[in-house]
Design a protein around this ligand. Structure first.
Ligand SMILES: Nc1ncnc2c1ncn2[C@@H]1O[C@H](COP(=O)(O)OP(=O)(O)OP(=O)(O)O)[C@@H](O)[C@H]1O
Ligand SMILES: [Mg+2]
Length: 222
């Protein structure tokens, strides 16, 4: 379960360019829920997702993930939590451009103590599920935006995370491809994953069980 209690995020705190990106964020997402986060550009959606993914710290309030307080943890603990529980698709994909698709998808498996063959197999299965297995050996910088998005999704799901966070997952896709990705998310949701989807597309948001709307770093709905 994800529980945020009056969470606030302040970039560059105590410096001249201090900026409050999140304020009093209070919500709970139960295991297996599918939730959309919507809001205008600059509202704080990506910031919120990065806090939830344990990539970014926060300055105020408390964030509990499965009853564990995510605060003041060292990098080793944080990376263990990220690798065991969380899959994230970043807005800019955050792929390594001169690695192949399969090498990118294998990255989160580097921490697991399993044989290379097993890692390859898991990465291939993840690529298959997003329809990218034929391009496994292709270098990422030769892919289209939509293809990169699929590889980023494959990387997010390769470790079988219980929580999947996605930032504009269909932003670079046409209607057909975006519907395919949404079916994949519905499948993951049916399997019991907790899904949090940041989107500006109301058609995508409406497919979720709940919509949280943020404006200027605050929840105004949901
Ligand atoms: N590293 C940073 N340092 C300072 N300010 C930042 C940083 N990252 C984001 N911000 C600011 O925080 C605010 C929220 O940014 P964020 O990226 O979370 O918005 P968003 O809702 O995801 O927007 P978009 O829909 O355009 O992706 C913006 O005003 C942004 O300029
Ligand atoms: Mg964003």
């Amino acid at each position: 379960m994800i529980k945020l209690n009056r969470v606030g995020k302040i970039y560059n705190k105590d410096s001249a360019n201090e900026y409050r990106a999140l304020e009093n964020i209070d919500f709970t997402v139960n295991d297996g829920e599918m939730v959309a986060i919507i809001g205008k550009s600059g509202a704080g959606k990506s910031t919120l997702l990065h806090v939830l993914a344990c990539i970014d710290s926060y300055e105020e309030g408390e964030y509990y993930l499965d009853n564990l307080l995510i605060k003041n943890l060292n990098e080793k603990n944080l990376s263990h939590i990220r690798n065991s529980k969380i899959g994230i698709v970043m807005q800019d994909f955050a792929l390594i451009d001169d690695f192949s698709c399969i090498e990118n998808v294998m990255l989160p498996l580097d921490f697991a103590k399993v044989k290379r063959n097993v890692k390859l197999q898991k990465a291939m299965t993840a690529l298959e599920s997003v329809g990218m297995s034929q391009m496994a050996k292709k270098t990422v910088n030769r892919l289209s935006g939509g293809q990169k998005q699929r590889v980023a999704i494959a990387r997010a799901i390769v470790n079988d995370p219980s929580v999947i966070l996605t930032d504009e997952p269909t932003g670079a896709l046409d209607t057909n491809n975006s519907a395919e990705i949404m079916s994949l998310f519905h499948l993951l949701h049916d399997k019991g994953c907790t899904m949090i989807i940041v989107t500006h597309d109301m058609e995508i948001a409406k497919q979720c069980e709940r919509i949280i709307e943020i404006t200027d770093g605050k929840i105004i709905n949901g």
